[in-house]
Ligand binder design. Sequence first.
Ligand code: 9UX
Length: 66
Amino acid sequence: MKTLEVGGMHCPKCVASVTKALSEVPGLSNVSVDLEKGQATFDGEASEDAIKGAIDKIGFIPGAIK
Ligand code: 9UX
C-alpha cells in the first residue's frame, strides 16, 4: 500500500472525486481516501506523473507519495 498526500479536500464530494480520479489511473486499485488526514491510500503501481496528474487535473494538490 502507498500513501499520497492530497491537499484541498474539504467535503465528502471532494473525497468522492479524488477516489474516482485515482481509481481510474491504470494500475491502481483499492483506493481509499481519508478526508481528515488529507491522504489517499492505494495498491498497485503507476508513475508519479500519472498519479499526481490525476489529482492536479481535478483541482486538488498532490503531495508526497510514500
Ligand atoms: Mo464542496 Mo468539496 O465545493 O470541494 S466538493 S468542499
